[in-house]
Design a binder for this molecule. Sequence first.
Ligand code: FCB
Length: 470
Amino acid sequence: MTPIPPRDTDIAPIAAGSFPEGFLWGAATSSYQIEGGVHLDGRGPSIWDTFCRVPGAIVDGSDGSVAVSHRSRMPHDVALMARLGIGAYRFSIAWPRVQPLGSGQVSASGLDFYSQLVDQLLTAGIVPVATLYHWDLPQALEDRGGWPARDTAKRFGDYAEIVGSVLGDRVARWSTVNEPWCSAMLGYGSGVHAPGRTEPAAAVAAAHHLLLAHGFGVDALRATVSAPEPEIGITLNPYPVVPVGDEEADHDAARRVDGIANRIWYDSVLRGSYPDDVLDDIGAVSDLDHIHDGDLAQIARPIDMMGLNYYRRHHVRHLPGASASPSPWPGSPDVEVVDPGRPVTDLLWAIEPDGLVDAVVALHRDYDPPPLYVHENGAAFADVVAPDGRVHDADRVEFLDGHVRACAEAIAAGVDLRGYFAWSFLDNFEWAEGYRKRFGIVHVDYETQERTPKDSALWYSELIRRQTGG
Ligand code: FCB
């Protein structure tokens, strides 16, 4: 295998020794965003296949039916990861590829695809990190109520057991659910993600059932994973929240957003309770009948790690009537998200690496969490292939460098942070944004499916080589 030669950049290398021994240097993707092959393996439709057909739901009118053809190109993609020296790969498993209807019948070839992926990774010396749910709910389960229905959490437990039984001899590291805030609040609250429902009470019930699914998933994985030193947990997306304005109402807006973005997940998973103030806030839209005795004990099953996906902070202020459409903060339609006036990515997300330090230091200080991983971090920029055939994404190199330095800072402050995963290994289907926003460290030509490592991939490769003494 030919390693890819390093490239010169203007950025000073991060000091060797800034990261503990065994720190995982990874890259991440998710099934619907890269796989394509939606009819292979007898795969059933997911809520994203359905949502993409809704006129106007996806900015460029696209869908994930082809995506970057990873279902067919997987061996080639793993070989490219190996050439770049990537140490760990966080991927997700498509529930409808394993169980086309979300319950009952299992697709042997669907499971076999993931089994082969794991074997190829292990052969290449890359640590597999599996996520069971990254948003592609089988449509058949949505037809029976989706995440607002309690039964979906039970079905997830069965699915976790099926996957754990097949991959658990080789995969030690597992995340149950990716960013449940997005699934619940964007999927059922603001409706900008699948299944596109705008029902605040349903969003609140979905959040609870996603957490319950996590708890059932932890039990199922504990019972089936036999690989040594299992690390089972969940992946959340913290947003440090900053009040804009000095009014008491602005601080209260920040408290409410922090409650739904961060504390509701941390408190339930790590302490087995929901914060009282958040229950009061969401009580405005829900009778909370979906919370049954014993649920919080199930949600708070001990975990071995927590994954955090960090992209940006939220700067917020109180503004009555701010949400023209239903809010992703149920019970808080009067909160405006404000642009802090810092440089932004192609998605207009403000670039604030210090927010990553805030997020992990606050979690470490307030919750005594298990070991932490940054499971996703990255940026969309308008990349172009230059005449020399390369993608000179200096802005992404700077972004990633700043955030890797933030990880080093958090570690120096005492946080037990054990890995960093760049989002994303490949350009891909960026949900409601379609293919226009490119997050990959590897460029994909969507016509030819040709992969070209961007300068950021070469920079990352060199960083890993230096940090691991390779
Ligand atoms: C995260 C998602 C991931 C990707 C990035 C940009 O919220 O987990 O799939 O879309 O954002």
